[in-house]
Design a protein around this ligand. Structure first.
Ligand SMILES: Nc1ncnc2c1ncn2[C@@H]1O[C@H](COP(=O)(O)OP(=O)(O)OP(=O)(O)O)[C@@H](O)[C@H]1O
Ligand SMILES: [Mg+2]
Length: 455
């Protein structure tokens, strides 16, 4: 049977509620619309949807934040996305403190909400599995961080266990698609800060100026277009964890500012005068060779040393080939259920090709190829592509499955020149308390159908 993720939408405005419900249905989710907070809590308790999108201001004894607190009491891990009005900084901060997954302001961009939901659901699945990693009770085939018995992955898992319950700063290195984000989330959920926000910022996604304002926020009038004050991701991550993804792509000038924040644990918003203190654990990830970048003068040594207190190196899939069959089996099972198309195993010939293939897109590429096999019910297109040595197979697989809410970003194989020569093991470089701060990509808000802004 297929399981459509259930998403509950709570808003007293029926038009917005209905719009969102239809929007969710269109994405392949099952949307449930509720018009008041108390009813939402009751329904949540009974149905346990996979995620909630909730407005803050609602009439009645309980508002959106009250409901958020109630959901979290029932299930600490439920991802709740809070809808806030523009400029309601205090509300947003409060929501993040209560454990909201993220927030969106009205009017919002539908693509952003879609991406946010995909992220929330992925984290949900991951959290469910991480608890198993932590008590070691799980069969490797059912674990989302699936691994065979390779020495490299054993080391990675042991290191995650070893730093669990600490605040240590961790740098995760590995080629694209090797599972860096999975590891970052595992570190977070096994840390002392797991009840606090996890804020992800993709440092490669934005130009320097935008990234700076995303990370540190800005005051009204700080630059043209800054019509209202906006807090930065570091503020949202306060007391929690910031995940600086693709840190190797951060520009040199911004690296200096980041270093300063990590050292002083305080910063000022752009155009602001007031120092803002933050206490943030930093996890960063890169597919670049940062030592080389330092040697070439593209990355600051001092920042590198701060980020690299503990490093975890994720080997490329071609260097842990004994995991290919376990991962294939896991993805076959996962997608057979997800698409209601049972496909129990691949032929020995296909498995042989998998074992010999270079996997430039690593686990993400394998995942996408297996998804494609399940959806098409045949292995020949995938075999043909692998046989022809098409490294773009993963991208095609991804575009084929864009109708699914479970779709991952397309694999972008590394060019040979940018491939990172990583050691196949994780190691502790040093020990120490986590530094501070990080940011998340700015969240824009989906635009409701009939009117743009409600309050
Ligand atoms: N050990 C694993 N078991 C199961 N799934 C995995 C594993 N490692 C990675 N994946 C899956 O592969 C995909 C890519 O993983 P992830 O996004 O963590 O990689 P990444 O290293 O951050 O990639 P990129 O550098 O492209 O951002 C995800 O869908 C993830 O769930
Ligand atoms: Mg990643």
């Amino acid at each position: 049977m297929s399981h459509k993720p259930q998403i509950m939408v709570v808003d007293d405005d029926q038009a917005i509620c209905e719009f969102l419900r239809m929007f969710l249905d269109g994405l392949g989710y099952h949307g449930i619309a509720v018009n008041n907070a108390e009813q939402a809590v009751q329904l949540y308790n009974a149905d346990r949807p996979d995620a909630v999108i909730i407005d803050v201001i609602m009439p009645g004894a309980m508002d959106g934040l009250g409901a958020l607190a109630a959901f979290k009491k029932i299930d600490r891990e439920v991802p709740v996305i809070v809808i806030s009005g523009q400029g309601r900084t205090a509300t947003v901060v409060q929501a993040m403190k209560l454990g909201a997954f993220d927030f969106i302001s009205k009017p919002f961009d539908e693509a952003d909400l879609e991406a946010l939901l995909a992220d929330a659901l992925r984290q949900r699945r991951f959290n469910r599995d991480v608890s198993v990693v932590r008590n070691g009770a799980q069969h490797p085939n059912t674990h989302p961080m699936v691994s065979g018995d390779s020495a490299e992955m054993r080391e990675v898992k042991e290191l995650i266990e070893r730093v669990a319950g600490t605040d240590v700063t961790v740098l995760i290195r590995g080629e694209s698609g090797t599972g860096k984000e999975l590891v970052a989330r595992a570190l977070y959920t096994s840390s002392v800060r797991r009840d606090k926000p996890f804020v992800k910022v993709n440092c490669a996604a934005l130009p320097t100026e935008l990234l700076e304002s995303e990370l540190f926020g800005f005051e009204r009038g700080a630059f043209t277009g800054a019509i209202q004050q906006k807090p930065g991701k570091f503020e949202f991550a306060n007391k929690g964890t910031i995940f600086l993804d693709e840190i190797g792509d951060m520009s040199y000038p911004l690296q200096a500012k980041l270093l300063q924040v990590l050292q002083d644990r305080e910063f000022t918003r752009l155009g602001g005068k007031q120092d803002i203190r933050v206490d943030v654990r930093v996890i960063s990830a890169t597919n670049k060779d940062l030592s080389k970048a330092c040697a070439e003068g593209h990355f600051r040594d001092d920042l590198f040393f701060r980020l690299n207190v503990v490093s975890i190196d994720l080997p490329p899939l071609r260097e842990r080939r004994d995991e290919i069959s376990v991962l294939t089996e896991y993805f076959l099972r996962k997608y057979s259920v997800e698409y209601s198309r049972p496909y129990s195993e691949v032929s020995p010939e296909t498995m042989q090709m998998f074992m010999e293939y270079a996997w430039p897109g690593n686990i993400r590429e394998l995942q996408n190829l297996v998804r494609r096999i399940v959806v098409l019910g045949t292995e020949s297109p995938v075999r043909k592509e692998i046989g022809l040595g098409f490294p773009v197979a993963a991208r095609r697989a991804t575009s084929l499955s864009t109708a699914s809410p479970m779709v991952e970003a397309a694999a972008v194989p590394l060019a040979p020149s940018s491939a990172v020569a990583m050691s196949a093991h994780a190691h502790v470089v040093g020990a120490g308390a986590g530094a501070s701060v990080s940011a998340v990509a700015p969240t824009r808000w989906p635009r409701p159908p009939s009117r743009a802004v409600r309050r």
